[in-house]
Design a protein around this ligand. Sequence first.
Ligand SMILES: C[S@@+](CC[C@H](N)C(=O)[O-])C[C@H]1O[C@@H](n2cnc3c(N)ncnc32)[C@H](O)[C@@H]1O
Length: 306
Amino acid sequence: MIQSPLNYTGGKYKLLPQILPLFPPHPRLFVDLFCGGCNVGLNVPSDRVIYNDLNRELLGLYETLKELEAQTILRRVYEIIGEYGLSLVSRYGYSYYGCDSSRGLGNYNREGYLRLREDYNRLRREGLYDSCSRIMLYVLIVYSFNNQIRFNARGEFNLPVGKRDFNRRMEEKLMAFLARIRQQDCAFTCQDFRTFDTSALTGRDFVYADPPYLITCATYNEKGGWNEELERELLAFLDRLHAQGVPFALSNVLRSKGRENGILLQWLEDRRGLYRPVPLRYSYANSNYQTKDRTSSSEEVLIVNY
Ligand SMILES: C[S@@+](CC[C@H](N)C(=O)[O-])C[C@H]1O[C@@H](n2cnc3c(N)ncnc32)[C@H](O)[C@@H]1O
């Protein structure tokens, strides 16, 4: 199984053993409509994959990772690490940086990381957004707090420095990702799901929807990123796919921390016999949402129309 090179909030890597067997065996086109870290599309056997997400920076990064030679990307990653004086513990060890594993590398990397963040944000402000700045974004994510991705309302990357650096595991994940997207017939598109063109889809294709969950709070849910209106529009979008004969699967939670998703529950009730919620076994280990956002009482499901 191939894992996203990004530690993506809400990523489904650990749920793949449960959800992949529920998918149709080999669709012609697999649409990963809310692709995020791409964990799902990377592992679905299909003739072709479309990775779609609203996050323009993320999709720009993926396009660059697909376009450039793998060795060029890796060389550029190491050049940026060197240019900004960031740590490389896998090469030099913690003591070289006066740090240890439990306290992490934040103190050592803070100054260089903030310079890199400022340069990246400035390039974006000035519209100088090319493959170099996109790889800068990858390095920022690697050295950011919990390897997360977060932009403020002005579109600036705004996470503080993290505790870790570019280690062997991250390099392996990056290289496996690069190999996979070269081997796959795949495309990256950046669209709001509401404008995604489904007119050519048929019963041989398959759409997977993994939207932000309405009743749990992830970073991209902040500032009205996902709301009841979008939830209803997504459900209507899936109804249209169903009417068109296109199989779909929707990831979501029905209940969590004493809250329930009434819109989703009502939709399922109204379409009883058409759509089927398959319960997934919850475990903290399945999730890379911040654990305070979920409890063992979360009811995570995969809703399918086949
Ligand atoms: C739960 S994450 C997907 C995680 C992904 N399945 C994985 O395993 O890495 C949800 C994604 O939906 C995207 N998103 C939010 N609103 C969207 C919209 N209106 N249209 C398309 N994508 C959207 C977010 O940018 C985020 O990447």
